[in-house]
Design a protein around this ligand. Structure first.
Ligand code: MG
Ligand code: ZN
Length: 242
């Protein structure tokens, strides 16, 4: 589909090409793929629920602070809950190492050319964790604001992390992920005063796309807003099993 939008400088129309549902080349393959992913995600959820493990899918671009937030939440919650982590990354075990040093059983998934986790990869990772010994599982998705939106992983909550240093248009440029997420953390608030960004706009834009998204303003560095984040994620603080 082609459309013209009249918001260029000096009012000249900007040609915009939007890929229609019937235009993507591999549409049949991808619909089958998404359907299969939903089936696998449901399997993940069943496994988690069978073991009373509450899972949070942490999405966001590279450098937004996903790992730093997980590290801080682990420090805040590790005396209350038994926590595990699945770290998705194209390569390297850097993030897994950062969280593991807090005594959290961690599985690294290196996705290579894939820029998102999917249900199959999470199932494989769950195989390597002792679910019966966990209450809470963080799944750090690959740093990317686009396709993780299409691949639910069976987690109980989907968190998207953006940072004030990424600029205030992050939300409007990547609408799908904010439509899919349950919670938005606007992170690096400690740097907000250095940036020429309207921090509130990021939250408002997300609420325009998704009225039920919960917006919290955080700094993994100072700890600002992290209590609110735990509330927003509805992490059960009284695990049902012992
Ligand atoms: Mg990370
Ligand atoms: Zn991807």
């Amino acid at each position: 589909m082609k459309a013209l939008r009249k918001n260029g400088s000096e009012g000249e129309p900007i040609p915009v090409i939007t890929i229609g549902e019937d235009e993507a080349l591999e549409i049949e393959l991808s619909e089958d793929l998404l359907k299969e992913n939903r089936r696998l995600a449901a399997e993940v959820r069943r496994m988690l629920d069978d073991h009373d493990v509450y899972a949070v899918d942490v999405m966001g671009s590279i450098g937004s602070g996903k790992t730093s937030i997980i590290e801080k939440l682990v420090q805040m919650l590790k005396n209350t809950l038994r926590i595990g982590m699945i770290a998705g990354d194209a390569a390297s075990t850097i993030d897994a190492g950062r969280v593991m040093k807090h005594g959290v059983p961690t599985v690294q998934v290196n996705t290579g050319r894939e820029c998102h986790l999917d249900g199959n990869l999470v199932l494989k990772a769950l195989d390597k964790l002792n679910l019966k010994d966990l209450d809470l599982l963080f799944i750090e998705n690959v740093g990317n604001l686009i396709c993780p939106a299409d691949y639910p992983l069976g987690a109980h909550r989907r968190l998207v992390v953006i940072s004030v240093t990424e600029g205030c248009d992050m939300v409007v440029k990547h609408p799908l992920i904010f439509m899919e997420a349950d919670v938005l953390a606007v992170n690096k608030m400690d740097l907000a005063h250095l940036m020429d960004v309207e921090v509130d706009k990021m939250g408002k834009d997300a609420l325009m796309l998704n009225r039920r998204i919960k917006v919290v303003y955080t700094s993994a560095k100072t700890g600002e807003g992290l209590d609110n984040l735990i509330d927003a994620l509805e992490v059960p603080l009284n695990p049902r099993k012992k």
